[in-house]
Design a binder for this molecule. Structure first.
Ligand code: ARG
Length: 579
């Protein structure tokens, strides 16, 4: 239980005892001014208004009934009825020690775990992964890590696009390459070039185009030859993506792939059931669900096509089938989608149809967590100099190279192997953190110098802060794991650091609920600053510091170090001993 929750519960109990209606909230907040306690309970004012009584009188009634024995030293009423709570140092110290034990667990015990499906990355396999796939992949992965750490049962779903008309063209092209004796790995070495070739072929050669169209139909009908060509293409394309996941330190594995084709057999059923329920109606030969819920400004219902006039199914049909699977087979309590904001209408349509058709229980929480676009310095979507799409693989390699040059300059002592390892962690960490630390829903400008800077709210800054704490332990000649003396919070900076550490769980709960990883980034940045301030004012290894104080401070440093490492780890960012 976090301190905030504990205070909430205790104050709420006091409110009940004072006869304040249940709807009134204690409104627990961190104090942001020195001298006003550590937390405030601000609920007295609203309660008083509701009850038509003087606010200070209500505040007094709450305080009179408030039991914070062993938790707070002092509770006082300020201003119009704020209740300032000064926490007890001994209580805080023990709380830090308890938290340290929980942080160490990869998966904490959770008395009320949820099954949470996270749909992320989900690239189309016709082409190689490009920068447009970065955000979904790393934001989704951060959420997966946070939810897992909080003890939920997380099911990753990589809804890869491996089905659809393009594949007819691609397998017809592949067939020709193989016919010329080329090995599939060679033909598909560069998927981007291969796609361009196939497209050109398709546009210029009518016979090829016919064959491509015929192959789509055959493929979907389960023809063995087409299926085998398709499988070869898909396997190689997936291998490209998995290479990226490995390089990016993303937790998606082969078993997490449940691609569009997996739902093929259910699509007709989805459409039939929508028809039987009177939801899908014929419109110009196609089957369409018209949603009044999502009508436009002029009152025209929003059309969701679920089957084309030629009989083909659509992106939405597949998403409906996927949702049924997630609700009824996986038995999800929440389904989180990390997809570009441009697909917001599509997601709203899918969610609305699924609920109307009772494909999913009413209680299932369906959440599209959209994000903005990654922009170049020119303020337009990020492109290569010549205006092409940037391959994700190239971007990651460049990040590591740039980090390598910076590290070589900063620490020439590192061996080649060590430097390469550090450069990988710093380069990849910088790209991820630059993205995760921005408010998800906004666009942001991609800037190498800013993300690789050792100053400011960046991955290198936090990784460096971590190495500095490690170096304290090296100089002390003890391993952090061996430090377990009692924490004593005598100095204000010690207490401030403890308070910061104890916000970690609230932050994780918030990220788990709202899926905004920048909240965790900002927290880690504040934590690193709180540590630096603590370390400046509260020497650890300096001569004259008594043994008990030194050990207590080492213990605080240990918890700070572990919190930083855990926090970065939950963002998918690695730390290192030195850099
Ligand atoms: N493959 C899609 C694309 O690249 C993203 C899929 C997202 N997930 C989903 N269930 N629709 O745009």
């Amino acid at each position: 239980m976090t301190i905030r929750t504990l205070l909430h519960d205790r104050v709420r109990a006091a409110m009940s005892a004072a006869g304040i209606p249940d709807e009134c909230s204690p409104a627990i907040a961190l104090s942001n001014r020195e001298g006003f306690g550590d937390f405030q309970a601000n609920g007295a004012m609203a309660s008083a208004k509701r009850m038509g009584r003087p606010p200070r009188e209500i505040a007094q009634a709450i305080v009179d009934n408030l039991d914070l024995d062993g938790v707070a030293d002092k509770v006082e009423i300020a201003g119009p009825g704020f209740i300032n709570i000064h926490l007890n140092a001994e209580f805080l110290a023990r709380a830090v020690e308890i938290q340290a034990r929980e942080i160490a667990l990869d998966k904490r015990p959770n008395p009320d775990p949820q099954t949470i499906v996270v749909d992320y990355s989900s690239p189309n396999l016709a082409k190689e992964m490009h920068v447009g796939h970065l955000r979904s992949t790393i934001i989704g992965d951060a959420l997966v890590r946070v939810l897992t750490h909080l003890g939920h049962n997380v099911v990753r779903q990589n809804h890869m696009g491996d089905w659809g008309t393009q594949f007819g063209m691609l397998i017809a092209e592949l067939e020709e390459h193989l016919g010329e004796g080329e090995k599939p790995e060679m033909a598909l070495k560069d998927l981007e070039t291969f796609y361009q070739q196939a497209k050109k072929h398709f546009d210029q050669d009518a016979a090829f185009a016919d064959k491509a169209r015929a192959y789509v139909v055959k493929l979907q009908a389960g023809d063995g030859h087409c299926r085998a060509l398709w499988q070869q293409f898909i396997d190689i394309s997936i291998a490209h993506s998995e290479e990226i996941y490995r390089l990016l330190n993303v937790t998606l594995r082969h078993g997490d792939i449940r691609p569009e084709s997996a739902y093929n057999d259910d699509l007709q059923r989805v459409v039939d059931e929508l028809k039987a329920a009177g939801l899908a109606v014929e419109d110009q030969g196609a089957l369409v669900v018209f949603l009044d819920e999502l009508a436009d400004r002029n009152g025209n219902p929003s059309p969701v096509i679920v089957q084309k006039s030629g009989g083909g199914f659509l992106y939405a049909t597949t998403d409906l089938a996927a949702l049924r699977y997630r609700a009824n087979v996986i038995k999800a309590d929440r389904v989180l989608y990390f997809i570009d904001a441009r697909q917001s209408l599509h997601m709203q349509q899918v969610f609305t149809v699924a609920k109307k058709a009772a494909f999913v229980p009413e209680t299932l929480s369906l959440e599209h967590h959209p994000f903005g676009t990654m922009m170049g310095e020119d303020g337009k979507p990020f492109k290569t100099r010549s205006g092409g799409t940037v391959k994700l693989a190239d971007l990651l390699v460049e990040a590591i190279e740039r980090a390598n040059r910076i590290i070589a300059e900063k620490d020439p002592e590192l061996s080649d192997d060590e430097r390469r390892e550090v450069a990988r962690k710093v380069g990849i960490g910088a790209i991820k953190y630059a993205d995760l630390s921005k408010t998800r829903t906004n666009d942001y400008v991609f800037n190498w110098d800013a993300m690789l800077s050792f100053e400011g709210n960046t991955a290198p800054y936090l990784q460096y802060a971590y190495t500095r704490i490690r170096s304290i332990f090296r100089r002390a000649g003890v391993s952090p794991e061996a430090v377990s003396s009692r924490i004593i919070l005598d100095e204000p900076r010690e207490k401030a650091l403890a308070m910061k550490l104890l916000q970690f769980d609230d932050v994780l709960e918030q990220v788990a609920a709202d899926a905004y990883p920048h909240v965790l980034c900002n927290y880690l940045y504040d934590l690193a600053s709180a540590f630096m301030t603590f370390y400046e004012h509260c020497p650890i290894l300096r001569e004259g510091v008594d043994g008990q104080t030194r050990n207590s401070r080492l213990h605080l440093a240990r918890v700070a170090e572990e919190t930083l490492a855990r926090g970065l780890g939950l963002l998918g960012i690695e730390v290192m001993e030195r850099m």
